[in-house]
Design a protein around this ligand. Structure first.
Ligand code: R2B
Ligand code: URA
Length: 310
């Protein structure tokens, strides 16, 4: 059995279909997407999701509902008369999911395990729904490294907390490394959609993914801390030296699993603070809300441009 499924595998799905790389699924009578409260036996997934072109993920249910309303206005999508936006996965009590025409807006929770489980099920959903060439975005928040709060970061390269450009998973007691490859052209296209008169900076750089918000990100303000402020700053300076501009908690799994499925994906996050200046997220709620719109604006420009060209 090969546990190292890497880039050299032949791409059998040249028509743009989503690659499952799991022969078991086809043999199953039905596939229950447990954490989405959907299933291939219980729902007509082609009818419900066959027109999806973009899957946008972000941490919280509220932000994704807000993004769904925002993108609806931006693309001029009209819901059928008398209906409102519905959380399709509400009865999973895990993730929230809203569909606005060709855009699926899903919350992914916090951290790699949460986004990983979601990606397995969303990738299978794309497969069952026979969606072709979807583009996935993570629209998130992060800590900046020498980067002011409010700055938008487009991830050029996702690295783990040892600065490795891969996502390490343990499968059957073995380490599996999957490259965190993000689509370079998508990065360029996103960058091209930054307007010179945007009242904030948008930068490109390496994003480091950790499995903890506190000690794992070198914070001094967790329940535990066994290093000094000088050691913290030395560590951040080392990251900066290596080209890291921001830290968050999902990008390696997001980049690796989408790449493994042959899906184009991009990560756009807004920095909530410059970690050289502090650890606590102090900006007022209204300011944070305004900042969180910024990655949404950029992704919305991308989606609108795609839909206008069609
Ligand atoms: C950014 O913000 C969350 C932690 O507050 C985490 O999901 C992330 O990646
Ligand atoms: N999200 C993170 O993971 N880290 C931060 O510092 C801010 C948001």
């Amino acid at each position: 059995m090969s546990l190292l499924l890497e880039d050299e595998e032949i791409d059998e799905y040249r028509d743009g279909s989503v690659r499952l790389r799991n022969p078991n699924i086809e043999l199953m009578d039905q596939d229950i997407l447990y954490h989405l409260a959907l299933g291939s036996g219980s729902h007509d997934l082609v009818e419900m999701f066959g027109d999806i072109k973009f899957v946008c993920m972000g941490g919280t249910p509220k932000r994704m509902e807000q993004f769904a309303n925002y993108i609806m206005a931006e693309i001029g999508h009209k819901l059928p008369a008398g209906t409102t936006l519905l959380d399709i996965s509400q009865y999973s009590y895990r993730y929230s999911m809203y569909k606005v025409g060709p855009v699926l807006c899903v919350s992914h929770g916090m951290g790699i395990p949460s986004v990983g489980i979601l990606l397995h099920e969303i990738i299978k959903l794309m497969y069952h729904a026979k969606v072709k060439d979807p583009v996935f975005f993570r629209i998130g928040t992060c800590g900046g490294i020498g980067v002011e709060g409010g700055t938008v970061v487009i991830t050029e390269e996702a690295v783990d907390d040892m600065l490795n450009p891969y996502y390490e998973q343990h499968v059957l007691g073995q380490k599996v490394h999957r490259p965190t490859t993000l689509d370079r052209q998508l990065v360029r296209e996103l960058k091209a959609l930054v307007y010179s008169d945007d009242p904030y900076d948008t930068i490109l750089g390496k994003t480091m993914c950790t499995s903890d918000f506190y000690e794992g990100q070198g914070r001094l303000d967790g329940a535990f801390c066994e290093f000094s402020e000088a050691e913290k700053n030395e560590y951040l300076a080392k990251l900066q030296e290596a080209g890291v501009v921001n830290i968050e908690m999902e990008c390696t799994a997001f980049a690796a699993l989408t790449h493994h499925a042959g899906i184009k994906a991009g990560v756009v996050c807004v920095a909530l603070l410059d970690r050289f200046k502090g650890d606590q997220v102090c900006a007022p709620k209204e300011v944070l809300n305004e900042w969180q719109m910024r990655p949404q604006e950029l992704v919305s420009r991308y989606i609108k441009r795609y839909l206008q060209r069609k």
